[in-house]
Ligand binder design. Structure first.
Ligand code: NDP
Ligand code: ZN
Length: 174
């Protein structure tokens, strides 16, 4: 049951992100990112809570596609919807303000949402290092590393092993 719901989430996210690409020069399919976040939590973080893994797979569908919250609730339930909402920025706000709010919200999020947020930031720093956005200057990439650091610092002690992976990745700041 739980494995089939997880695969249903992968299928759902793949469909919703199907027209999107990451910002790297290889135009990597967007779905690679949420799958990588869930994989990181399960394989490198040892997480077995399927609802957290499903929330990781779905973590960008509200922010980056026209998916409605009710669709997630109907298919995956209210706990998963709650987690996805916790890691979703309010897109009606200007980008700079959204970034500040992410730093502030990190401190008060639920433990499960903080795990997803931490895994998201590790994966984004890995991407920023291995397959960076095509036209970003070093300065802009540095700003990104520092903002990710500020968010993760405010998450508190969520998971020692994942925290270490973040630090390893941050150490590669250009
Ligand atoms: P974003 O924060 O929107 O871009 C980073 C996000 O893109 C990541 O968090 C990730 O989000 C996603 N992403 C997609 N592909 C990749 C990839 N290959 N590697 C890493 N992340 C990827 O960038 P903004 O345009 O908002 O710029 C960030 C800040 O930089 C702004 O606050 C702005 O002030 C500043 N800026 C600086 C400039 C400069 O030259 N110094 C120029 C313009 C802006 P997800 O997980 O959600 O997919
Ligand atoms: Zn993400």
């Amino acid at each position: 049951m739980t494995a089939s719901l997880l695969l249903q989430a992968v299928d759902f996210a793949a469909t919703r992100h199907r027209m999107q690409r990451r910002k790297d020069s290889e135009h990597t399919p967007y779905i690679n990112h949420p799958v990588a976040v869930a994989r990181l939590l399960a394989v490198e973080g040892g997480m077995t809570d399927t609802e957290i893994l499903i929330a990781a797979v779905l973590h960008d569908v509200l922010e980056d596609t026209d998916t409605q919250p009710a669709e997630i609730e109907d298919l995956f339930g209210s706990r998963i919807l709650g987690l996805v909402l916790e890691v979703t920025d309010d897109k009606s706000l200007p980008k700079q303000q959204r970034k500040q709010i992410q730093v502030q919200k990190a401190a008060s999020s639920s433990e499960s949402a903080r795990l997803v947020k931490l895994a998201d930031k590790i994966c984004n720093l890995r991407d920023m290092h291995d397959t960076p956005p095509a036209d970003w200057s070093i300065e802009r990439r540095r700003e990104y590393y520092d903002w990710a650091r500020a968010v993760v610092d405010n998450l508190g002690n969520v998971h020692v092993g994942l925290q270490r992976l973040f630090d390893e990745q941050y150490a590669k700041r250009p």
